[in-house]
Design a protein around this ligand. Structure first.
Ligand SMILES: Nc1ncnc2c1ncn2[C@@H]1O[C@H](COP(=O)(O)OP(=O)(O)OP(=O)(O)O)[C@@H](O)[C@H]1O
Length: 367
């Protein structure tokens, strides 16, 4: 799979190319037949649930895991074909870890210097680069502190400075924000995006958090049980998920069971209880077939309650949550519930309502 998207101004990143890559641990297939192509300077986010193979894939790129089968090229150079492989230090990459992985006996400055040890720089040049890297992550004033004297967010900034100081062609991120609280996570996410794009490196970032993936990525690769099930820009993953798994993993309000009334090109009219809604057709379905209608958070309250216009379903409010800018409702309808029904005014629990479901956020899969 390959996707073309926007690139940063100065690109010096590796092309990342995997062809039919597989990896087993004993009898567990961690990766199966992965085909993947990332252009220089692109930011790829690998998204998938626990155990889907994200870490194995990123560790394979880093060179700390080896392929069983297939070929991995970085920057056009063969790194691993299951027999021959280049060690991590010859791949021109740097990695940022969930647990920061700083040397405890080195200061922030010492940790950053460590990444330059093989670069044969003069002391003055190394010092200049270190100061610039620490400055870029806003830590110039804490250069002399040891990791245990820094907060989690500050430690991750040191790790970030250490990763970019050598100007590598590939930056690998292994869930770097998951140990931080929500507010800091958001700030550091923006810093990672900015720093990475300024550096011109190609980036591969793993997460199981879909909102983080959508916020960061030029391209998202969705992994399910060791297989790459979809690769594309965030907008395509959201609006045109290849499978129900991708749709479920990237944010649904809920799922309705229906029966196909009619099909017109890519539009399905499905009967849900006594109501008729319209959904985008996904796969081969025809009149009379049972469908699962997967609904993005695209439902809102209709003015009508007593009439039943097409595109609406009847329901009753089971929960209301205040979100600051308005209210998220959970609504029982069609024998199930739809969550994240947003309105600026709260509807009381138990009230009878009618939801209008936007076809853009509504996908009918067979089954
Ligand atoms: N060293 C290992 N030995 C045996 N099995 C392993 C090893 N590492 C990973 N696995 C298995 O390979 C599969 C993929 O694991 P991997 O760690 O790549 O998934 P992941 O998507 O990164 O999960 P998580 O989000 O929990 O880190 C899982 O079934 C896992 O149990």
């Amino acid at each position: 799979m390959t996707v073309a998207t926007k690139s940063p101004a100065i690109v010096h990143g590796h092309t990342v190319h995997l062809r039919q890559v597989s990896k087993h641990y004993g009898r567990t297939a961690a990766l199966t037949d992965i085909d993947l192509h990332v252009e220089p300077g692109q930011f790829l986010v690998l998204l998938g649930p626990s155990g889907s193979g994200k870490s194995t894939l990123i560790r394979t790129l880093a060179g700390v895991e080896h392929l069983d089968r297939g070929r991995l090229h970085l920057g056009g150079t063969l790194m691993d074909d299951g027999r021959r492989r280049l060690p991590p230090e010859r791949r021109d990459l740097a990695m940022v870890f969930q647990d920061y992985a700083l040397w405890p006996h080195l200061t922030a400055a010492g940790n950053v210097d460590y990444a330059l040890r093989r670069r044969k720089l003069t002391a003055a040049e190394a010092g200049r680069r270190r100061a610039e890297a620490l400055d870029r992550v806003g830590l110039a004033h804490l250069a002399g502190r040891y990791p245990h004297e820094l907060s989690g967010g500050e430690q991750q900034r040191v790790a970030l400075a250490r990763a970019v100081v050598g100007n590598p062609r590939l930056l690998l991120f292994d869930e770097p924000l998951s140990n931080l609280d929500a507010d800091l996570r958001e700030r550091l996410r923006v810093e990672i995006a900015t720093l990475t794009r300024q550096s011109g490196a190609t980036a591969v970032y793993i997460t199981h958090d879909q909102s983080e993936a959508f916020a960061l990525a030029d391209v998202i690769g969705v992994l399910d049980k060791g297989k790459l099930v979809q690769l594309g820009p965030p907008e395509a993953i959201y609006h045109d998920p290849a499978t129900p798994f991708v749709a479920r993993f990237t944010g649904l309000s809920g799922e309705l069971s229906g029966t196909v009334d009619s099909v017109d090109g890519d539009v399905v009219r499905a009967r849900v209880g006594a109501d008729l809604i319209r959904a985008k057709r996904r796969g081969a379905v025809g009149p009379g077939d049972t469908v699962r209608v997967l609904v993005r958070p695209a439902a809102h309250f209709a003015a009508e309650v007593d009439s039943a216009p097409e595109g609406t379903v009847e329901g009753s409010v089971v929960d209301v949550a205040y979100r600051g800018h308005g209210y998220d409702h959970v609504v029982a309808c069609g024998g199930t519930t739809l969550g994240a029904v947003f309105a600026t005014h709260a509807r009381p629990r138990g009230s009878r309502v009618r939801l209008r479901i936007d076809i853009e956020g509504c996908m009918a899969f067979a089954g």
